[in-house]
Write a protein that binds this ligand. Structure first.
Ligand code: TRP
Length: 332
């Protein structure tokens, strides 16, 4: 039997290159080796009260783009979180194993209190409980997530252990956060600082759907510097970001050429950016075409969601039935 992996992504609409390399690359690889449950976390996104139509469109778009990037419903279970009501039932039960004090201390919660003080709702506070349930309900051992989510995985282990301890069982196992060691996880922002993120503005991210024209315009605007004055001068962050972007999409000999040009103080950043834009276009064109194809095939999308939901519900129901038994809730 293959080990179980679970991960979720919030439905944020059009995915950008950062999402693609952060999550999709891991999922696409894992579906070959694991029994993967990958889902769109629409319940989690309710904390910010999205408009109904937006939520629906974003779930659909996220699903389309994950499929276009190579997630294969024949190799993994791909589903929408809210299509599995068992998750909500187990979430209620797990709220009894999460303490107010520890929830208030979670850095992601404290961040939200700072950034959106007018909407600090209980769902936000118990976000880690829902996430733990996403994971435990399928008895996952591996959870592909970024660094910022590792604390949530630790809480998942704690909640599961507390349940076990309270009822004197060894029912839930301990999942761990997981990433392929060699996976390129963070994609630099086009504004020259830090990683790609929509919160820094539309012009600092490259969407999987972007047309070649948009790709070129955004990359040409990325900052560089006035060029190295002497060989061996370390790269500024903006220039390093350009090289990191190049590494994602260009061939090794092209990268070597620009490295040498930098070293020789002969680099022309305009040429380099043109090259990145060209290679980025080659990289994204097949994905953009797949997105277009899949978007036009509503029957396929419906089938993927129905079949994925059915598989996820079966796995989740088994857990809920066993948990009800353990805690003494009569089954209907
Ligand atoms: N919290 C995750 C994020 O913001 C999304 C998520 C929800 C998730 N449930 C999960 C990730 C379960 C892994 C496992 O990225």
């Amino acid at each position: 039997m293959r080990e179980i992996a679970v991960s979720g992504v919030r439905p944020t609409g059009k995915q950008h290159l950062g999402n693609y390399l952060g999550a999709v690359v891991n999922f696409v690889r894992m579906q070959e080796e694991y029994d993967g449950y990958f889902f769109i976390a629409d319940l989690h996104s309710l904390t910010t009260h999205p408009r109904a139509a937006d939520l629906q469109a974003n779930v659909r778009q996220t699903l389309i783009e994950y499929l276009a990037c190579g997630l294969d419903p024949d190799k993994c279970t791909l589903f929408v979180q809210s299509h599995v009501p068992q998750i909500s039932e187990l979430y209620l039960i797990f709220n009894m194993f999460a303490y107010d004090g520890e929830l208030h201390k979670v850095p992601t919660f404290k961040d939200k209190v700072r950034t959106q003080p007018d909407n600090v709702n209980a769902g936000l506070l118990t976000y880690p409980v829902l996430m733990a349930v996403d994971i435990l309900i399928h008895h996952a051992m591996k959870v592909p997530v970024g660094k910022d989510q590792m604390q949530h995985i630790e809480m998942t282990r704690n909640f599961g252990n507390r349940f076990n301890h309270t009822y004197g069982v060894e029912y839930f196992k301990e999942p761990i956060g997981f990433n392929y060691g060699d996976a390129p996880l963070s994609v630099p922002s086009l504004d020259g600082e830090g990683k790609m993120s929509k919160s820094k503005g539309e012009n600092t991210v490259i969407y999987l759907m972007d047309e070649p024209d948009a790709i070129r315009k955004k990359i040409m605007k990325a900052p560089s510097d006035s060029g190295p004055k002497e060989p061996g001068q370390p790269k500024t962050e903006a220039v390093q970001n350009l090289f990191d972007l190049m590494k994602l999409v260009s061939k090794p000999d092209v990268i070597a050429h620009y490295d040498q040009a930098y070293h020789d103080c002969a680099i022309r950043y305009g040429d380099m950016k043109k090259q990145i834009a060209e290679d980025m276009t080659v990289f994204l064109t097949p994905i953009r075409e797949r997105i277009r194809e899949i978007s036009a095939d509503q029957a396929y999308l419906t089938r993927v969601m129905e079949e994925g939901g059915e598989k996820a519900r079966a796995s989740a129901q088994k857990t809920v039935t066993e948990v009800r038994e353990i805690i003494g809730l009569k089954s209907r």
